[in-house]
Ligand binder design. Sequence first.
Ligand code: SF4
Ligand code: SF4
Length: 715
Amino acid sequence: MERSFKKEVQALKLGDGETFHGEGILAVTKALLQSGVSYVGGYQGAPVSHLLDVLVDAEDILSDLGVHLETCSNEASAAAMLGASINYPLRGAVTWKSIVGTNVAADALSNLASPGVVGGAMIILGEDYGEGASVIQERSYAYALKSSMWLLDPRPDLPSIVRTVEKGFELSEASHAPVMLELRIRACHATGEFAASDNRKGIVSGLDKLAGPPRFEYGRLAHPPVIFAQEKLKIEERLPAARAFIREHKLNELIDGDLNDVGIVVMGGLTNSVLRALERLGLADIFGASRVPVLVLNVVYPLVPEEIREFCATKRAVLVVEEGHPDYIEQAVNVELRRADIQTRVLGKGLLPNAGEYASGVLLNGLAAFLTETRPNGIDADAVAGKARDILAVRAKTAEALGALPARPPTFCTGCPERPVFSAIKLVQREIGPTHISGDIGCHAFATFAPFSLGNSILGYGMSLASAAAVTPNMERRPIAVMGDGGFWHNGLITGVASNLFNKGDGVLIVMQNGYASATGQQYIPSSAASKEGPAPGMDIERTLRAMGVKWLRTVRTYGVANMVKTLKEAMRTAERGLKVIIADGECQLARQRRVRVQDAEKLKRGERVTRTRYGVDDEICTGDHSCIRLSGCPSLTVKPSPDPLRTDPVATVIESCVGCGLCGEVAHAAVLCPSFYRAEIVRNATWRDRFVHRFRQIVIGWLGGYNGRAVVKT
Ligand code: SF4
Ligand code: SF4
């Protein structure tokens, strides 16, 4: 069940004179419609998942404007979509999570950037860098540099973000190059307001279609021999055109200050953090007026040499605030100043760290170090550094007072259908010994944390089977590759399955068929039971695998741990060569709960019978060895003091959040643990039959246990 953004969508209808309030990511969506896009697309991934989700929910608005929306099968197909802007005056935007999505899209991006574009082409990157990120820590900058795509990094306030989107399309068209707009996690979730404009129809769109293709022009193909001319065009025409546009339209901002013998050059996305740090040091106010002059680079590539020279020429020293490695901007600033024979000192890395997010503590330290080093006229640099030390000391003292906090690794949701598969793998490994586990991207990667700690490598989305290709022939036991159904359709089918079959490979592949791209927000995928438009498109993983030539294929309900253990053992031990695929079938519990809760609420309103399953542990039987917790890892399963004074070990207990998936009972059974688990059904709006059965059971239990009139029914 996909999340609904029906409320947020209303903000997309605002027009001239109205004020938009909301999150940064929604402001980008509105800015796209104000820019007259003809097509939008992308692949979901934090922190830009909502962009696509909102557009999907806004289909009526899009169709009124003739905008085509494509929910792409991966980032490569999203990037290739931008090909529409190579020949036609179509403005379009696509989105994905970077750096990983940009890696997948790289081939199409190179082939787009080489011929260049006629219509504005924008790639909105969810720059998943820094605290809270979920992917490898690299920046998208290198892609912009190598392919000559302009990289926008707007200051994280809504008017700046919206202006950068709108101007970004104009920049793309003026310089015939695609632009990338990077949105950091904090920018996506920054809230604020801006003055809205009317939405615009594209020059060409689904409402005003093109009569036909343009006259054949070889120069529009990314193909030899024109690629050589295109390389020159990038440098000799598009780059100067971009710089002229950026300067003319003042895409970068200057914050003037009175301490003008020093200055700060900052990536647009880090501006708020720098201004906040200056404010804490007494060098800026809360509205962003700074005493230290700041050059805000809302466009981080290309830099405009004149702007750099003009800003630095009158200063003794500047600090370049550039997150991550390498220090592209710092190097470029140094080169520009040396070329112009300007002797301003350029400081940056060294005072600021080479790697990691520039969070508040980092910036306080870095700015204090810069001021101490350069001693600007008009302030007492030592006093400012002292202020930074005091602020950081309070933080250190607070941390000390709190003591070491327990680690809280992320884990599967309560009742997740993927957890039982890892319980089964643990049980199988007890018997046949450990084997290599190729992990993948998705919720199942939570199995790398305790209590499972399963997984030896993660090479990318849908890459688990491919990453086991060289392990399989070199290992006594078959490796197990785990892949989600999202990863399967994203590229696992070709990269993993087709490659394995083509090479007559071996090994075991588990495909988690939970029905959604769950980790990014339960978006539908090709094999979902439904689609946004209604009925499912009918793509089926099992049928697809059979058609590809997979012979050994089993579909197993995930919660049936004993059956999963048996099937896994068979896959690991069979003498049959070739790929063994187990489709682990179980709907994403989070999506299921969202769906079932609404259905149950409606039934209750109508006075209909509603049941809820819960599991429990019998205190008197539990021995307190907690194998059930170690094997299931369910967050609803915890411990409490033993009611028996003769047994000091705490006993297991099930808390209120249990969704009744049955895994704990299954594990107890499959692992031959203990009989302490019981299953109970909570019935609301009970029928006369329920009441009769309940009464009958009470009587029987009373007879068996010595009737005391207070028997508890456990079924
Ligand atoms: S979102 Fe769904 S698949 Fe992911 S951990 Fe939660 S229940 Fe499991
Ligand atoms: S306590 Fe047991 S039944 Fe309840 S959610 Fe956890 S594993 Fe499932």
